[in-house]
Design a protein around this ligand. Sequence first.
Ligand SMILES: Nc1ncnc2c1ncn2[C@@H]1O[C@H](COP(=O)(O)OP(=O)(O)OP(=O)(O)O)[C@@H](O)[C@H]1O
Length: 208
Amino acid sequence: MSPALALEDLAVERGGRRLLHGLNLTLMPGQAAVLTGPNGAGKTSLLRTIAGLQRPAAGRVRCQPDAIAYAGHADGVKSALTVSENLRFWAAVFGGDQIAPALAAMDLSALGDRLAGRLSAGQRRRLGLARLAVTGRPVWVLDEPTVSLDSRSADLFRAMLAAHLAGGGAAIIATHLDLGIEALRLELSEFAAPRDAAPLSGFDAAFA
Ligand SMILES: Nc1ncnc2c1ncn2[C@@H]1O[C@H](COP(=O)(O)OP(=O)(O)OP(=O)(O)O)[C@@H](O)[C@H]1O
C-alpha cells in the first residue's frame, strides 16, 4: 500500500523566515496525524505547505494529485448562498452531487435553506467542515477544525473524521483538542529551525 501523504525532510518558511526543518512523516490510508505546538510555531504554515498554498523551503510533500481537501481558518463559505447551495456548489466543483450525507453529518439538514451569511460562527464552521464530506478527497488537511464548535458539534466532527479514517481516508490536523482517535503526534517545537544570526548592519559591521 502506498502512503496517502509523505513529508520528506520538509522545511517551512513564512514571511521570509524559516520556521521548521527536518520534518518527516508517512501517513498511510486510515491514519491521522495531530500537530501541536505553541502559538506561532508554524502549524498553519506547515498545513498551507502541505496543501500546496505555499512552496516548501526545502524537502518534499508527496501525495497523489488532487488528493487533498484543505480546511483552514478562512472557511470558504459563500455568504450569499444558502447552506445547501454552498454544499451543492462544492459538490459540483469536486464532481459529486450528493449533499444529504454531509448535511446530516454536521447536523445541518434543518438549516439547508438558511443563507450562509446569517449563520452563527459555530454553524458556519459546521458548514465549512461538511464541505470536506462532499469533496470525496482522501487526505484532509485541517487547521483547528473544532474552533467555535460546541461539545455536541465537536462530537459530530469526531464521528465524521472517524468515518473518513475507517473508509481509508487520512488526515493531518492542527488541534489542541482530544479528537478521540488514534493518531501520530507531531510536536512542532521539536522541529523549530534555528533563528538565523541577524546580519550585521553597515554601522555594526564597521565597529565589529
Ligand atoms: N502572512 C504572513 N506573513 C509573514 N509572517 C507570517 C504570516 N502569517 C504568519 N506569520 C508568522 O509566521 C509564524 C508562524 O505562524 P503560523 O500561523 O504558521 O503559526 P501557528 O503555529 O499556526 O500559530 P497559532 O497557534 O497562533 O495559530 C508566526 O511568527 C507568524 O507571526
